[in-house]
Design a protein around this ligand. Sequence first.
Ligand code: NAI
Length: 797
Amino acid sequence: MSKVVDLFESLDYGPAPENADAVMDWIEQKRHAVRMYIGGEWREPDGGEYFDTHNPATGAVLARVAQASEGDIDRAVTAARAAFPAWSAAPPHERARWLYALARQVQKNARFLAVLESLDNGKPIRESRDIDVPLVARHFHHHAGWAQLRDSEFPDCTPLGVVGQIIPWNFPLLMLAWKVAPALAAGNTVVIKPAEYTSLTAIRFAELCDAIGFPPGVVNIVTGDGRAGQYIVAHRDIDKIAFTGSTEVGRLIRQATAGTGRKLSLELGGKSPFIVFDDADLDGVVEGVVDAIWFNQGQVCCAGSRILAHEGIAETLEAKLRARMEGLRVGDPLDKAIDIGAIIAPIQLERIERLVERGREEGAVIWQPAWTRPRDGWFYPPTLCTNVAPAATIAQVEIFGPVVVMMTFRTPAEAVRLANNTRYGLAASIWSENINLALDVAPRVRAGSVWINCTNVFDAASGFGGYRESGFGREGGREGMWEYLRPAFAEEPAAVTPPEIAAHAPSGPRPPAVSSRDGGPGIDRTRKLYIGGRQVRPDQGYVMSVTGANGENLGDVGVSNRKDIREAVEAAHRAAGWSRATAYNRAQVIYFIAENLAARRAEFGGIVGAMTGVDGEAEVEAAVERLFEFAAWADKYDGAVHATPFRNVTLAMREPVGVICAVCPDEAPLLGFIGAVFPAVALGNTVVAMPSERSPLAATELYQVLDTSDLPGGVVNIVTGVRTDLVPVMAAHDDVDGMWHFAGDGGGAEVERLSAGNMKRTWIGQPAALTHRSPARTRELLRHATEIKNIWIPYGE
Ligand code: NAI
């Protein structure tokens, strides 16, 4: 007779298939023509074109799905536009009830949706049933709440209008929920396109909308491949594009929308580090790796695809991982005991195989379990790559499959360096029993989500999104709602002179000329550039003259070139320690700058007045007040602890964007400069600022003020010159993290287009955004100066 222990050793899993009959019946009814949901009606595609969607586990065709033409997209946008006035003006409670109704529909149809998702996508039913679909319901629930609270929690904000949304195939219904729920809660109407591989749950969702009589045109679901996506991006009557998918397509969308004034959020790829310190609980780590890279076959934008292990435990961890991998089960996604399902499509499978082969060629040791993968369908085994150099292709490129690379480190500093050695910045996972160490490392890793002793945890109450080339914008939580709203002032015409300055008529005759601080004549002085805390001559030695309001020559400033910008950006990076200065310290420095500027009110007033012809002293006063305001915010614009439904603390930390280039307006040249530079500085960024091209002298005169106010060199760098020369250099610079353009001269389109290289954050604003004070404008400045990082810290034994 066998002992129990032997049974455990030999126990084989029998199949535990989920019943798919109801879903297959549903598919059978429409398999020849899955139509689109436009304006509350089911529509054939204009051109009559359909394409096949497959079951990745068998390769069999599931159904034929409509390929939207340009005319179909136009029809959907027209329907969404027509529905917008009533939907956006509906009482918040009404929108809340609709969103709540959607949440309940998802809950009531949960099993059906999970089975359909697994059939169409190939993900294990365990995941679609226990993760995807419950999170979909959670998102609609959560956003029913934001719909209810929109007006009280987002005062002075309005919805955007019609939102075009394009989603990928890895979490088809979940990505739909992440996009649709906040858009509707904010009062927008949507046209959404699922990925061509996975349209079916979106169609089922449309049926659920239809079933509850959702107002026609508020949600429009169009299907098709990248062509349909391009039509959405190109449509002129769409106010915002929200995209999740590859960085390559994200970059194209950034370029295509440049200069259109449309809002954009991009959630792109990743190569997320999974950092294991030597005191981590290695059995927990092994389960963490399973969730990090074998969840959804590794087709996860935030997959922990780079294990960085302390060299003291790397060997032990590798042995444990291999043992665990032998026990993983790959197979029929509808089998409830399956760990890893099928890869979405042959093209994706080939890409994985190609990249792994490349890894082998570049010297990596590739390890896979002894068992063989199923022959039918598109499967790939879990794969561990060791002996991988940090610069190797498989350490840098997003593989989007069940393949993980492993590298080692010796010190926390080296772990951070390796973690940040990527162009992406979506997520990171840190494993250590030492919470002090984990919380010390978390802020140093450039990523939007950091999971401590856990991984791939998501919730509607917490924002999700990237740094760097992983895109911009957040989905979920309060921060996600901002993506679907605009401050009401964005619609106001930009007045030229701020009211507090306009109120002062020019007092008496204008000052004849500029005088420098030591009282000497200013006219002959050539103002240099200010880089790294020093006044430096422009590289090429050219100067340009500054003309005053009366037409007189007020003096010369240096003309910067590409090399000067490069030096300024480098100086700004060298000053990155500013981000770690305490907020109290940053505030003190800015107060000190205000104090020193106020002490020279008459002199600066003279300079400003000579340049602009308005009362310069009023502008200096306004600038001092602005400095006080930004200093005030330095230690008050703090984060939050999100109420996510796990035993954990989810810390939403605001972090500086990094190095920001700011192009300041000609209007109110001192106030505009202060308004652009100091919110960024207050929150820990370092800045390369181009003052007004026409009237730069107030900014160049600030050098001494900055020098005498304890501002570390390199935190503010000032480069004068010609906007059309300098702006493209700044926008295309791959070491610049953010670029603000307030010149109001139409140059913003080029900024947005060129920013696509490294996906820097851009903000194209009117001069009034800086010069006209209002609480909403200030909030907007502060928001643009920061990124939100969510750090998840579980507690309990
Ligand atoms: P993709 O970025 O091409 O597709 C995502 C969505 O964009 C789909 O709905 C697609 O129809 C649409 N699309 C494609 N071209 C478009 C265009 N020019 N304009 C507008 N929309 C367009 O991703 P794909 O080709 O399915 O996968 C390729 C690679 O992208 C994967 O191997 C993976 O590395 C990465 N990827 C990353 C995702 C993420 O969540 N970060 C999701 C999907 C893919």
